[in-house]
Write a protein that binds this ligand. Structure first.
Ligand SMILES: [Zn+2]
Length: 191
């Protein structure tokens, strides 16, 4: 799993709540090559990096070592999973925060929020402001402009075929029926 860079953890004036109690609904991240249109799976960390400048700096297979457009796709775009298309150019979440998107129960909308360094959730700019008022020592490394609460667009046609999931309470288990979605950058297809 991806862990945050250890050496640079901040002075912990903020009570650290244990991480990982809440999980993203995204089971898998994928990005599409602008050249060959194949989908490549990626980690959340890499995905957030690619997403940050996606419009100016679209992704291609050649950016990945040991990968080229000749390699078979990692994954096919089909309805075996629910796909969601992410908004491009969302800044990377500030250090010590985590951005989560959660699928609603009926698969019609998603919710985006940040887990702040104190473990609280920020769902809008006002929540971030409140956090910074309470912990002014974070003001030099957490800027409100780095927060973006845009939610991914759910690809409806991939939901219909998966309606059985709605009854599935034990989401995070299996892989095909894992939480919803493969997160996908809004890609060349839709530009
Ligand atoms: Zn390619």
């Amino acid at each position: 799993m991806v862990s945050s860079p250890a050496p640079s953890s901040p002075p912990s004036t903020v009570p650290q709540k244990k991480r990982g109690s809440t999980k993203d609904s995204i089971g898998l991240y994928a990005v599409q090559c602008y050249d060959c249109y194949k989908w490549r799976t990626t980690t959340k960390e890499e995905f957030e990096k690619i997403r940050e400048n996606f419009t100016e700096d679209p992704w291609s297979c050649s950016k990945r070592p040991d990968c080229s457009c000749n390699e078979p796709a990692d994954i096919e775009y089909d309805s075996s999973r629910v796909w969601v298309i992410d908004t491009p150019n969302i800044p990377k979440p500030p250090q010590d925060t985590e951005r989560l998107v959660i699928m609603g129960r009926d698969f019609t909308e998603m919710d985006a929020y940040y887990v702040m360094p104190n473990g609280k959730h920020a769902r809008c700019d006002a929540d971030v402001e409140k956090f910074l008022e309470a912990y002014p020592e974070y003001k030099d490394r957490i800027s409100i402009s780095s927060f973006n609460f845009a939610t991914p667009e759910i690809v409806e046609e991939t939901v219909c075929h998966n309606s059985g999931w709605k009854a599935d309470k034990t989401k995070k288990k299996g892989k095909a029926d894992a939480p919803g979605a493969k997160k996908v950058i809004k890609s060349t297809l839709s530009i």
